[in-house]
Design a protein around this ligand. Structure first.
Ligand code: MEV
Length: 307
């Protein structure tokens, strides 16, 4: 059985979403994880992943291995005690630790393919709940937005602890994603912000409220077919993320380069410090903004149409 999962970007509201403010995220289908599960002629569960040079039997992996723990978690949920003989191939074009949700996408595609192969098909809701539990093992206190957008592969308006809402894109728009190439350590940036918030709660709460307003208005602009309004909201959200100490000189440099090359607005996206930034562009300017990002030091630039 085969299954896939896309990458993701957060358009608005990263970090504030951990404090129960709404955030907007969309799938990025140009990059994806593809998993194939086959019955194996030899004993054991063999995992092959060219990208991370992994060719190993499940039992030889450390207990907290991200792939091994997903498989064992699923077997325990499905109450499967005798392990079948399987060959599992994992291929991914999602850059690792870049804030595009590669870990959550591996979990979603792996669970979906395995559950289908074992004739225990799961609903998106069940997959999402399982992947959220796995995200908690690796990231401490995730909001759940990454696993949700990747599981449903639709634009989501997400508020922690509330039922997930998808939203419609009234008019397609183009985003250029620039990758600093610097790992984006979610656990650390979320932890640092928590310490600052504990010391100065009122100040950060008011920033989070401003971000919540941006997410709300941005959703309306997208739904009503006025994506050109998002540029200013992106700039504003980025300056709030800077105040939250979530940006970095490398991200700021890419954000400025995008704006100077004619983007309508730009901001960091995801956990920050490293990882990605995003820029809203007229389609005709997408290539030149992508080129400007590479000239300013981006390791890669991805042009994606949000629809
Ligand atoms: C990471 O992609 C998004 C953060 O808001 C963390 C989270 O929501 O769990 C930084």
């Amino acid at each position: 059985m085969k299954a896939s999962a896309p990458g993701k970007i957060i358009l608005f509201g990263e970090h504030a979403v951990v404090y129960s403010r709404p955030a907007l995220a969309v799938p990025v289908t140009q990059v994806h994880v593809d998993v194939e599960v086959l019955d194996s002629p030899r004993k054991g569960i063999w995992i092959h992943s060219q990208g991370i040079d992994l060719h190993a039997e499940l039992n030889s992996l450390p207990a907290d291995h991200p792939v091994g723990s997903v498989i064992l978690n699923l077997f325990s949920t499905l109450k499967i005690s005798s392990l079948p003989a399987l060959d599992i191939s994992i291929d991914s074009t999602i850059p690792v630790a870049a804030g595009l949700g590669s870990g959550a996408a591996v979990s979603v595609a792996l669970i979906r393919a395995l559950a289908l192969h074992l004739s225990h098909p799961l609903t998106d809701e069940q997959i999402n709940d399982l992947v959220y539990e796995i995200e908690k093992l690796h990231h401490g206190t995730p909001s759940g937005i990454d696993n949700t957008v990747i599981t449903y592969a639709k634009p989501v308006y997400f508020t922690k602890g509330r039922p997930m809402e998808t939203f419609n894109v009234g008019k397609p728009f183009t985003i250029v994603i620039g990758d600093t190439g610097i790992p984006a350590p979610t656990k650390e940036s979320v932890g640092d912000l928590r310490r600052l918030w504990l010391r100065n709660t009122n100040y950060f709460e008011s920033i989070f409220n401003e971000i919540a307003q941006i997410s709300l208005i941005a959703r309306r602009s997208i739904e009503s077919g006025k994506p050109e309004l998002l540029g200013d909201f992106m700039d504003h959200n980025h300056s709030l993320l800077q105040e939250m100490t979530i940006s970095s000189p490398e991200l700021d440099k890419l954000v400025s380069a995008a704006r100077n090359a004619g983007a309508l607005g730009a901001k960091l996206s995801g956990s920050g410090r490293g990882g990605n930034m995003i820029a809203l562009v007229d389609q005709a300017k997408a290539e030149s903004v992508a080129g400007a990002l590479i000239s300013a030091g981006a390791k890669r630039a991805i042009i994606t149409e949000i629809k």
